[in-house]
Ligand binder design. Structure first.
Ligand code: IMP
Ligand code: MG
Length: 180
């Protein structure tokens, strides 16, 4: 592997205890907003898988889990602006309350694509939740209904989030230096 970034130990941006506390808080907001309703929780693979599994364990309502695969810029740190559906949800979403869980909203193109794709399935309601939102990088007016943390433009890894497929297993969110 020639990539210097892969040899770095990421600097801690959000420590594990803060992540866990915020994840529980977001879940309480969702419990409050969706009390008495059943939801379809959609995990956007791969980056959201740890966030998703931690968060749904705090939810009180009956739920089903769906997994959606998108690929925007494999192994690259800049967006190509091109989003592809690589795995579709298996269930019918019509008349269901759907919440999409994403890891990072950067330009917003990926989430915007996902929301448009799922809106076409005529859910009863459709909300979005992202662990991280890079507020200075947003290029779309996509709405994030539940935000974990607003961050700057740093390239983040850990807690499910990768760089070139690596770093997903870190229990914290870190950043790679000189990465933008
Ligand atoms: P967007 O389409 O520009 O909003 O990019 C969102 C997607 O790019 C996310 O689903 C992430 O998978 C990926 N991404 C954006 N920023 C980062 C980052 O800092 N680290 C790792 N992946 C990122
Ligand atoms: Mg992602």
């Amino acid at each position: 592997m020639t990539d210097e970034l892969l040899k770095q130990e990421p600097k801690i941006l959000i420590p594990e205890v803060r992540l866990q506390a915020r994840v529980a808080e977001i879940a309480q907001e969702i419990n409050h907003d969706f009390r008495g309703r059943e939801i379809v929780a959609v995990c956007v693979l791969k980056g959201s898988f740890i966030f998703f599994t931690d968060l749904i364990r705090h939810l009180d309502m009956p739920l089903s889990c769906e997994f959606l695969g998108v690929s925007s810029y494999p192994n690259r740190k800049v967006t190509s602006g091109e989003v592809k559906l690589t795995l579709d949800v298996g269930d019918v979403l019509e008349n269901k309350h759907v919440i999409v869980f994403e890891d990072v909203v950067d330009s917003g193109l990926t989430l915007s694509f996902i929301m448009n794709t799922l809106r076409a399935r005529k859910p009863a309601s459709l909300k979005s939740c992202s662990l991280l939102v890079k507020t200075e990088s947003l290029q779309t007016d996509v709405e994030v209904d539940y935000t974990g943390f607003k961050i700057g433009k740093e390239f983040v890894v850990g807690y499910g989030i990768d760089y070139a497929g690596k770093f997903r297993g870190l229990p914290y969110v870190g950043y790679l230096e000189n990465s933008h």
